[in-house]
Design a protein around this ligand. Sequence first.
Ligand code: SAH
Ligand code: SF4
Length: 466
Amino acid sequence: MNIKQLPDEMIHRQQEFISAVAEMNMGKTLTAFVDTYGCQQNEADSEIIRGILCEMGYIQVDDESDADVIVINSCAVREHAEQRVLGNVGQLIHVKRKRNCFIAVCGCMVQQPQMAEKIKKSYRHVDMVFGVHALPRFPELFYRALTTQKRVFDIEASDGVIAEGLPVLRKDKTKAWVSIMYGCNNFCTYCIVPYVRGRERSRAPGMIVEEITRLVEEGCRDVTLLGQNVNSYGNDLSEDIDFSGLLELINDIPGDFRIRFMTSHPKDATPRLFDTMAKCEKVANHIHLPFQSGSDRILGLMNRRYDSTKYRELVRYARSKMPDISVTSDVIVGFPGETDEDFDGTMKLVEDIGFDGLFVFIYSKRSGTPAAEMEDPTPRSEKVKRFQKLFDLQDEITARKSAGLLGTEVDVLVEAVQEEQNGCNLLARTESNRPVYVKGDSSLVGTFTKARITDSSKWGMYGELV
Ligand code: SAH
Ligand code: SF4
């Protein structure tokens, strides 16, 4: 299969729209605020939106009430996220009344036609709606909305393309998200992502290597490769390359930096992946490997295509190659029909594995997915109890793990200056991605160093620079 890369002429065309808006804005001081909901992929998309707005002459601000242009990049993964987006978009009517700002809503939530329609009808202060597939055409759509003074809606669903060469504005110089692929082919029965983000498509390895080389030259020290399932990277490329091969290529880029990636689907995680991680010195000793449930029956209903035995085996293998690897995960409680017994399986798996971090979610019904049609007799109150039990169990495990690190020395990257707490003014992060608060000079930001852990809590650890 060929990569569906947008032809250069189309990117140039978008550059022309950027220039046209910049010309219209000439001599004015205009501001923009981009708010992001959901996952890191959305964060990365927002960096492109900021990059485009910046080239159009908008200065980025941190408060919507100061902005001439507001872009809300929405999430659809759970109903709660959608309600937050809708609530906040609703509130923007007051900002609009005070300051006649331009309001756009984009991202996964509005890629669903019923949600775009809802905004069209009930949120008339919104000037523009564009879905995830329309992101590369944001300059053109924005230009059209500004020049015609008409509301613009574009949620055309497509299998999606890859747009290289759009501007990116990253907030952080030390850390960067780099998308290596888009979309998802897995259709886990609870999940809306494949419906809104289209099929898997991988960026060309050369493009990825070029981008990271530049980032590292500019001072970036921590690169996170993004994809819904990075382990299927390259399946759609004509080149003979898989995710492990890509890691090797990136590991060969000169410079002192760490490579992280997310997310890995257990069905496609292989011993070769862990062998490569162990071999490549720049790849962090950390894997985010969502297991979703400890019950094989539920995993089957979820269409995850692995069982708990395979999951345990993967973690065992990873730890045999990298004894100090940190393993983090996602889990869903209250999937339709989950029984006490199924839930016990999840508790047991969490206890046995001893995750270094765990995101626990209560199942949220997403219309259009197969799970939305399944019988779901468990009351919400019971699901909340299960959530709490799992959450408490993980808290205990995290506290135990942090306590085990007291007095030890860990490698950290100093990431940022932060508001002083307990005498610590710098935020640093371990290779396993845990925050460590330390005291030191701000010039240390962007450097690798060692910290001795002096205190810990479930939120993070405190340390002294060594
Ligand atoms: N592609 C990633 C996950 C993307 S969504 C992966 O497969 O790991 C991030 C997490 O949200 C998922 O791992 C899952 O735990 C959770 N999630 C997705 N859909 C959900 C739903 N309908 N209800 C509750 N949690 C959900
Ligand atoms: Fe959703 Fe499953 Fe795809 Fe992850 S792998 S995005 S959970 S369908």
